[in-house]
Design a protein around this ligand. Structure first.
Ligand code: NAP
Length: 279
């Protein structure tokens, strides 16, 4: 058994540390390594992996969507998102999953004490991560999710993925954001704004003032550990959560798929988190 993470770039990925720590905690001597696979190389990689004893891999940029037509089977929630981050070899067939959304919902529960059931949420962004998180939120019972995005067509396309009208497209200007946050208990940032190494930043944060005092702010970004959005929310007395617990929980769920058995999720998350703090 061999496990990998593939992507381009991929050498910065924290997956080898997370999975290495969890496999060690389970007493399993299974290698988990990062492997550069460029766009267009996926068919060759899948053939090579199968011949060389790779039984599962995680996928990051730019492969999450490109893998879909190349796999033998796709889990329904990954199919709905149109992207996979976890692929397993089952009876000689490649099967894809997406653990990002469920990882985010688990992180919200454990880190902020938020159960999405019945909640109204303002979600910023409409890219790959936003899709996974928005669909997981409504699957977990969120009543409404306002999907606010700079490019309106992408927000509309994301919202069309939910046939029940629980995802509602919205604009990204300060007035719209403030109107939406005034109706929400939870704000989730799924944009790149505030991420280290990315040029963009929120122009202003007055939309945080409209949130109710018991609202939570969840930023998917984990580098830096506290984005300007989270710092501004904390100064306003709101509870905050960064993207690290989501990263850890999506890895725990991926490992359950790789090993094809349930794990003690809390113990796995603790082992993975401890390893991350050591690097
Ligand atoms: P993506 O598909 O490229 O989507 C990026 C999103 O950010 C889009 O909605 C884009 O809006 C928006 N955006 C970018 N620059 C902007 C700007 N200057 N002003 C307004 N909006 C802007 O990226 P992704 O894969 O979804 O990742 C998004 C973030 O989530 C990244 O920071 C990533 O690190 C993080 N993430 C974290 C985890 C975790 O486990 N914690 C997992 C996955 C992703 P347009 O549609 O208008 O371009």
């Amino acid at each position: 058994m061999k496990l990998q993470v593939i992507g381009d770039p991929v050498l910065h990925s924290k997956s080898p540390v997370l999975h290495g720590a969890m496999l060690a905690a389970l007493g399993l001597d299974v290698p988990y390594t990062a492997h550069v696979v460029r766009r267009g190389e996926l068919p060759d990689y899948l053939a090579w992996a199968q011949k060389n004893g790779v039984t599962g891999f995680n996928a990051t940029m730019p492969h999450k969507e490109d893998l879909i037509p190349l796999l033998d089977g796709i889990d329904p929630s990954a199919q709905a998102i149109g992207a996979v981050n976890t692929v397993c070899l089952r009876d000689g067939k490649w099967v894809g999953f997406n653990t990002d959304g469920a990882g985010a919902v688990t992180a919200l529960g454990e880190g902020l004490g938020f159960d999405p059931a019945g909640l109204t949420v303002t979600l910023l962004g409409a890219g790959g991560a936003a899709k996974a998180v928005a669909l997981a939120l409504v699957e977990a019972g969120a009543e409404r999710v306002f999907v606010c995005n700079r490019t309106p067509e992408r927000a509309a396309a994301l919202c069309a993925l939910d046939g029940l009208g629980r995802l509602i497209p919205a604009a990204f200007d300060p007035d719209t954001l403030a109107r939406r946050t005034a109706q929400s208990r939870l704000l989730v940032n799924c944009t790149n704004l505030g991420m280290a190494g990315c040029p963009g930043q929120f122009e202003e944060f007055s939309f945080l003032d409209a949130l109710p005092p018991d609202a939570g702010v969840f930023d998917l970004i984990y580098h830096p550990a506290e984005t300007e959005l989270l710092a501004q929310a904390r100064r306003r007395g709101l509870s905050t959560l960064n993207g690290l617990p989501m990263l850890v929980n999506q890895a725990v769920l991926a490992l359950e798929h790789f090993l094809n058995r349930p794990l003690n999720r809390r113990a796995m998350a603790e082992a993975a988190t401890a390893a991350l703090h050591q690097i």
